[in-house]
Design a protein around this ligand. Structure first.
Ligand code: MG
Length: 369
């Protein structure tokens, strides 16, 4: 993202102000929808094949009605040509629609939002999550109950290690001692030294994300077969998203599962991926929120594919929302909130890698002190 250009055109709120503003007691009877860009600071410079940054700007929303405030968030994905200013303007464009409809008719309301907003999937997610948080609070149940799920069924989440020098990679691996499964970012020229650095300090199961970094099917097969010898459980998006035929060729020549991420944004993408990948990585910021993510999980399962819930760098709002669906999936990579230093909220927790869902109504968020 061109951050200089972006900062000239958008105001960015400090993260600490978001929770205190948002939890101010709303006036009974008044309906309100707000959106605000929030800067989240990373604990380590975050590098993948896509970019390197020390902070991320995400869009935070609130929907207030009947004395209840629902919170939403979306992390715009540069890979899909989205940024926070564009997400804010898209979301603000449906302000009147959101206040006109009864949020309890959330399926109808969110279908209308999807129709009214072209693209801007992170913006749609920020609305969907705020609406569903409001609905859960209004009905007095956690979001996992709205979907009929048992919070005891949450999977372990991985903790992600971004691309860095071998020394810092070792240090990050040691810092991740509390997490029983790690996800390591690769896809640049340093794949082998990166994995060797991790393996020099731990024998934990690893999952590897190449973020489209390998450019030929031969390179992908060579790297994946080497990674299998290093105790890697599965690989995410080895080749560029458009290389579906090459991906099918790769799949027939390796043993460990391959999960689609960049190649899989929404439900309609899944059927064509069936023979090329073993599973899909679903993210609320790609899908446009909880309802579409739930649809994707069901479609992938119906096709016999593995399911994974992932996230972008974001606060506990989006990560907690995704975690409420996690009892449905095989794998979780829900650590975006653990990588930042100024999370405005508390929500889902992680205990020895296992996701612990709040049992309060809606998302179950509380403001960070
Ligand atoms: Mg990925």
């Amino acid at each position: 993202m061109n951050r200089r250009r972006f900062l000239k055109t958008a105001s960015v709120a400090p993260a600490a102000a978001v929770a205190s503003d948002a939890f101010a007691a709303p006036q009974a009877g008044s309906a309100m929808f707000t959106s605000k860009i929030v800067r989240l600071n990373l604990q380590h410079t975050w590098t993948t094949t896509m970019s390197s940054s020390q902070y991320r700007d995400t869009l935070h929303t609130t929907l207030t009605r009947d004395g209840i405030t629902g919170h939403g968030e979306g992390a715009p994905i540069v890979r899909y040509h989205e940024d926070a200013a564009g997400a804010k303007s898209a979301v603000d464009g449906v302000h009147d629609l959101l206040l006109k409809q009864d949020p309890l008719h959330y399926s109808k309301l969110l279908a209308q939002v999807f129709q009214a907003i072209p693209g801007n999937w992170a913006g749609k997610a920020a609305i969907d999550i705020a609406v569903m948080d409001w609905v859960g609070q209004k009905l007095g149940v956690p979001i996992y109950t709205l979907f009929g799920l048992d919070p005891a069924d949450t999977p372990l989440t991985t903790f992600s290690i971004g691309i860095d020098t071998p020394e810092i990679t070792k240090q990050k691996t040691l810092e991740a001692a509390a997490y029983p499964v790690l996800k390591v970012k690769v896809g640049l020229a340093t794949d082998e030294p990166t994995i060797e650095a991790v393996r020099s300090v731990t024998r934990k199961p690893l999952r590897v994300d190449a973020n489209e970094g390998w450019k030929s099917k031969e390179e992908a097969v060579r790297k994946i077969n080497w990674l299998e010898t290093q105790g890697v459980e599965f690989i995410e998006q080895p080749l560029p998203a458009g290389m579906i035929e090459e991906q099918r060729w790769v799949r027939s020549r390796v043993h460990i599962p391959i999960i689609a991420d960049e190649a899989c944004q929404r439900a309609s993408d899944i059927p064509k991926l069936k023979d090329a990948f073993d599973g899909v990585n679903i993210k609320l910021d790609k899908s446009g929120g909880l309802l579409e993510a739930h649809r994707m999980i069901e479609i992938a399962k119906s096709l016999g594919m593995k399911t994974m819930l992932g996230c972008m760098i974001s606060s506990s709002v989006t990560v907690t929302a995704a975690a409420h669906l996690s009892p449905l999936v095989d794998f979780a990579d829900l650590d975006g909130n653990l990588l930042i230093s100024n999370d405005p909220f508390h929500g889902v927790r992680v205990d020895k890698g296992k996701l612990i869902l709040p049992s309060r109504p809606g998302l179950g968020l509380t403001p960070a002190k």
